[in-house]
Design a protein around this ligand. Structure first.
Ligand code: NAD
Length: 395
């Protein structure tokens, strides 16, 4: 099968397996180029097949020689469908990571359910004993309510007034108008249910009940704060409500882990990167492109792997932790620097469509969006036929 990007309504409907291998390999190569650090031995990552969860897994597996258990929800190839990028990322990670000679295990299923939690914990008890670090990096549009059996949906919406702005049409590479409407109270509640802290707390409780947490255990989840460009939709929108709930959960978990395990629960505010969701947030792709332009010019730009590597090496296990008043780890401090923010906002103000698409930062942002699904790697021949079934069997 010759695989070219299939993009519908700014959403990738396919992935390129060879490109996904390249995506994982590049991050592993970046991790190998960094100095090792003393970190956790046994790590559980919820949402480790892509984005920040995958980068965390690679940073910990290669930087700290950790064993990793990953829980993600991905679809494998069927007939003429390629399967999701995360499915291939998992396969290739496990294949490459044999070289670490440590234990790496994947669970593919719904992390929100009790049944999957039980399966994962059974494996942990039998294989690793206890967990030293739980990374909760789940991003999901839906969560099943196991009491009512209802499927609850999260929404990227504003509170009060609509957000009017633009996004990038990633197929045509032009600007598109994008308006996001305000959420109803029910939609806010649903988004908090899906993306808030309850499921994180459930994981920690079940792990504790099964004596699967080590003395000194740490857990971490990721939030985004950002600047004025995206706050209406992000920090002051439905996602912000969910993140506030996540942050409140961290506080409760932190007190509990500190008194019972001498451990801690952490929230880290990560920098803006290209994700599946970024093109659905008005102004986010434009902000991220201009931010990339400025940060590259200031030699402050980091890849997703470098960002997470620095988080664990310096701020979770090292002595260079930067905290804000709400005790959140501010690994996003480079993005939030006054000069970087000022120059980014200035560039956005003076950027028409033609200039935006001529920026190196925009090219890097768009390349990152394509690479999330295995496209746009110079090292991959996209005219080459891919035998997906054979490849899936082989790895
Ligand atoms: P992503 O979409 O790349 O990855 C989400 C992961 O969750 C995948 O592994 C997916 O398989 C898994 N998942 C989804 N539903 C699941 C389910 N029901 N059961 C099991 N696994 C499931 O996400 P990302 O962009 O890396 O975001 C991860 C976290 O980081 C989120 O909390 C997000 O808000 C936060 N964050 C992202 C950014 C950013 O700019 N990307 C910035 C700061 C914080």
């Amino acid at each position: 099968m010759i695989i070219k990007p299939k993009i519908r309504s700014n959403f990738f409907a396919n992935a390129h397996p060879i490109g996904c291998r390249e995506f994982v390999k590049q991050q592993i190569d970046e991790a190998k180029a960094q100095p090792k650090f003393k970190g956790p031995k046994n790590v559980l990552i919820i949402g480790g097949s892509s984005g920040y969860g995958l980068a965390s897994r690679i940073a910990l597996a290669y930087g700290a020689d950790a064993n990793t258990v990953n829980v993600s929800f991905e679809t494998g190839p069927v007939k003429n469908r390629t399967g999701t990028a995360g499915w291939w990322n998992n396969k290739f990670f496990l294949n490459f990571a044999k070289e670490t000679q440590n234990i790496h295990k994947d669970f593919n299923g719904d992390a929100f359910t009790k049944a999957l939690k039980e399966d994962v914990i059974k494996y942990i008890k039998e294989t690793l004993g206890t967990i030293d670090l739980v990374v909760y990096s789940l991003a999901s549009p839906v969560r099943i309510n196991e009491i009512t059996n209802e499927l609850v949906r999260s929404q990227i919406k504003t509170l009060g007034e609509p957000a009017v702005g633009q996004t990038i049409d990633i197929a045509k590479k032009v600007l598109l108008p994008l308006t996001v409407e305000p959420a109803t109270e029910q939609e806010v509640e649903d988004t908090v249910f899906v993306m808030g802290g309850e499921d994180w707390k459930n994981w920690m409780m079940v792990l504790e009940q099964h004596n699967a947490l080590s003395e000194g255990v740490k857990t971490i989840s990721y939030t985004y704060i950002g600047g004025p460009t995206t706050e209406k939709i992000y920090r002051k929108g439905t996602l912000g409500k969910a993140k506030q709930d996540l942050e409140d959960t961290a506080e409760t978990l932190n007190q509990h882990l500190a008194s019972n395990f001498q451990g801690e629960a952490l929230i880290s505010s990560s920098k803006a990167v290209a994700t599946k969701a970024s093109v659905f947030i008005p102004q986010m792709p434009i902000y991220a492109s201009c931010l990339y332009e400025v940060m590259i010019a200031h030699h402050q730009h980091e890849s997703i792997l470098e960002h997470k590597y620095r988080l664990f090496k310096d701020m979770v296990y090292g002595s260079g932790r930067i905290l804000d008043d709400a005790k959140r780890i501010r690994i996003d401090h480079k993005e939030m620097e006054h000069e970087i923010q000022h120059k980014t906002l200035d560039l956005m103000k003076n950027c028409d469509e033609k200039r935006l698409f001529s920026l190196h930062g925009t090219k890097v942002f768009l390349r990152d969006v394509y690479q999330l699904n295995g496209f746009d790697f110079d090292t991959v021949d996209y005219d080459q036929d891919v035998d997906i079934d054979a490849l899936a069997k082989q790895i």
